[in-house]
Structures are given as C-alpha cells and as structure tokens.
Design a protein around this ligand. Structure first.
Ligand SMILES: [Zn+2]
Length: 152
C-alpha cells in the first residue's frame, strides 16, 4: 500500500520550494500542476491534491470546490498554448506507486491520430526515454502555460 511516506507525489510535495517549473507549473493551497513524465505528448498535465488522498471521495469540500475551476483553467491554457481541439480529463491512480489521486489533463490536437484518441491516448505514456518530452522542453511549456494561466 502506498502511504504518504512512500508516495512519489508526496515526496515531490516535500521538495516544493526546490521543484523545477515542470513540477509546479501552477498551484494553490490545495492543488499542484505538473507536466507528466515519461510521455512523448507535449503539455500532458497532471493535477494533484497537495495532501495524500487515494480516492476522489476523500477530497475535502475545499479541494472539491476548486477542482472544476482548475480543470477548466488548465484546459483554457492548453488551448491557448498548444492549439489543441479539446482536452481529456482522466483519473485512475492505479499504477504501482501512484495511488495518490491525480487528474490527467491532456491536450488532444486537431491532427491527433484517430486510432490514438480516447483511452488510447495512454499509449503516449511510458514511452522510451529517447521519445519522451525532455525536461528542458517541459520547463519551457510549463513557463508558457503558467503565463497563460495568469494570476488566480
Ligand atoms: Zn501522496
């Protein structure tokens, strides 16, 4: 079982002040936004609560109250920065070590291959290192998205 002590997301949260842009593109008291790692799809975002929560039902009313706003704000920023046609919002938290609730907010471009739309978008995660978006590129996209988001 993943606890707060063994959780990747919580370990990152403890380093909050030292995280690169790609790991804290935006945040408030309850939520943090990072670029997904291990993906070849640019601007794949992860929205996660800042405390250890493993089911959506455990979110507090305060966290829940901000969730929809974050999903829509991030989607607007993704439209502006990437030119995507729509965004996908998905939450499973089933991968080993990643039980901490996290919402994938994924830009789907107008020319995205038809056979990799919908759930097949996850074929862009866990790709070989030479295909992954580089940390430098993630930081650049993160800065553009942060700028597009503007102040709360
Ligand atoms: Zn956690």
């Amino acid at each position: 079982m993943v606890t707060m002590d063994t959780c990747y997301t919580c370990a990152q949260e403890r380093l909050f002040d030292r995280l690169p842009i790609r790991e804290r593109i935006a945040h408030d008291d309850h939520w943090r936004v990072a670029h997904a790692t291990g993906t070849s799809l640019e601007a794949w975002l992860i929205l996660m609560p800042r405390r250890h929560v493993t089911t959506i039902a455990e979110l507090s009313d305060a966290e829940a109250g901000l969730l929809g706003t974050w999903q829509v704000r991030l989607s607007r920023a993704l439209h502006a920065v990437t030119g995507c046609e729509k965004t996908y919002v998905v939450q499973f938290a089933e991968a080993p070590g990643f039980a901490h609730v996290h919402f994938h907010v994924v830009p789907r471009s107008p020319d995205h291959p038809y056979d990799r739309r919908g759930p097949a978008i996850f074929s862009y995660l866990g790709c070989p290192p030479d295909k992954q978006v580089s940390p430098r590129r993630m930081d650049l996209l993160g800065a553009q998205l942060r700028s597009s988001l503007g102040p709360h």
